[in-house]
Design a protein around this ligand. Structure first.
Ligand code: FES
Length: 143
């Protein structure tokens, strides 16, 4: 299998691994098929993501995409963060092998789940944000 240099870099040296204590939003999703789990923590101040971290029982592609996704959302408003789709993450990583595309959905969905958690806690509505799913396999793949 061929992975881009960027994917290899984010897999070998993942950014933002860990937890945020008292995070503004926490989201966890899994993929029943491969059994992988992803948890994303967001620190949000004045509607802007000031920090993002993740923890995963996931494959290498899940690690690389979450590393990139958390990098991309930092500094963005919650609305802007919705533009960080699995497709955008894959583009930033110079692509993923087709059989690994679903792994990037884990990162996107965990991010959305964390934003949802933040919105619920603060009683706000984030335009375009859908309620999270527990199992990303239920989703239509946005390939
Ligand atoms: Fe499960 Fe990649 S194989 S997230």
């Amino acid at each position: 299998m061929n992975y881009s240099e960027k994917v290899m870099d984010h897999f070998m040296n993942p950014r933002n691994v860990g937890e945020i204590e008292n995070a503004s939003g926490v989201g966890q999703v899994g993929n029943m098929k491969c059994g992988d789990i992803m948890k994303v923590f967001l620190q949000i101040e004045d509607g802007r993501i000031v920090d993002a971290k993740f923890k995963t029982f996931g494959c290498g592609a899940a690690v690389a995409t979450s590393s990139m996704a958390t990098e991309l959302v930092k500094g963005k408003t919650v609305e802007e963060a919705l533009q960080v789709t699995n497709k955008a993450v894959m583009e930033a990583l110079d692509g993923l092998p087709p059989v690994k595309v679903h792994c990037s959905c884990l990162a996107e969905e965990a991010l959305h789940a964390a934003l949802w958690d933040y919105a619920q806690k603060n009683n706000i509505v984030i335009d375009g944000l859908k309620p999270p799913v527990e199992d990303v396999e239920e989703l239509h793949h946005h390939e």
